[in-house]
Each structure stands twice: as structure tokens, then as C-alpha cells.
Design a protein around this ligand. Structure first.
Ligand SMILES: [Zn+2]
Length: 141
């Protein structure tokens, strides 16, 4: 295996030299790769028009970014991607927490001022007093 090791070292060196001054991987590229992989998997199950073109475009764009020499621009794209994806996952997390909360709590609206009031479920008939305007009303929790 003497020749193979040397060949591997040489290839590794060449690759490192090739990647010098190039951008490389980041979270945005991993997302693009993941999206391409996801579309490929979808393609096994359903026939979608232009799916192959979309996969090629995603992979092509990913490699364009990996090998790009405009590092500040790629860095800025990644920063934007992280800000958007952070907002999306934050929003999803909030929706998920709301769904879990709906199992244990009920949201009632004050009949006077429309203030939303969060009340635990399963307490029977309860008198709720609005924290905003003080109106009292009876609800089945
Ligand atoms: Zn009120």
C-alpha cells in the first residue's frame, strides 16, 4: 500500500492548495446540500416537474459557493441565511410551544376590552376577572 498512501497525500495536498483562498463550506452550503438531498429523496416517491433541474441548480450553487474566491460576499450571504433561518426556527418553536400550551390552557377573550386571558384547563366553571379592565365573567375551563 506504499504507492496508495503517497498518492493520497499528494491528492490531499493538491486539494488543500486548490482550496486556498476559496470560501469552503458553511451553514448555508450545508442547507443547500440538504435541500438538494431532500429533493432527490422526494423524487423517488413522486414525479415532480423540473425536479432534476432544481437539484442541479442547488448543487451547482452550493459548489459555486464552496469554490468561490469572493469570501466576503459568501460570508455575508451566510450571515443573512443564518438570520433568516434563525427567525424561521424561532417562529416554528413559538408555534409549537403554543400548540403544547393549548392542551393545558385555554385562551379566553374579555367580553369588554377583548384582552386575551390564559386560563388553565379542567378547573370546571370558573370566574375570570380581566387583568386589564376588571370585568368579571364565568367560563367553563
Ligand atoms: Zn377586559
Amino acid at each position: 500500500m506504499y504507492g496508495f498512501r503517497q498518492w493520497l497525500d499528494r491528492m490531499r495536498y493538491r486539494f488543500a492548495a486548490f482550496m486556498t483562498g476559496r470560501y469552503g463550506m458553511d451553514q448555508y452550503n450545508r442547507f443547500l446540500g440538504g435541500a438538494a438531498f431532500f429533493l432527490i429523496v422526494i423524487g423517488f416517491f413522486v414525479k415532480v416537474l423540473l425536479l432534476d433541474a432544481a437539484v442541479l441548480a442547488l448543487i451547482g450553487y452550493m459548489y459555486f459557493r464552496v469554490f468561490s474566491k469572493n469570501i466576503p460576499k459568501r460570508y455575508e450571504e451566510n450571515r443573512k441565511f443564518l438570520s433568516i433561518s434563525g427567525r424561521v426556527t424561532g417562529f416554528m418553536g413559538q408555534k409549537k410551544r403554543m400548540l403544547i400550551d393549548m392542551k393545558t390552557h385555554h385562551i379566553y377573550k374579555c367580553p369588554t376590552c377583548k384582552q386575551k386571558i390564559r386560563v388553565p384547563r379542567g378547573k370546571g366553571r370558573i370566574e375570570i376577572s380581566c387583568p386589564k379592565c376588571g370585568t368579571k365573567f364565568i367560563k367553563q375551563s
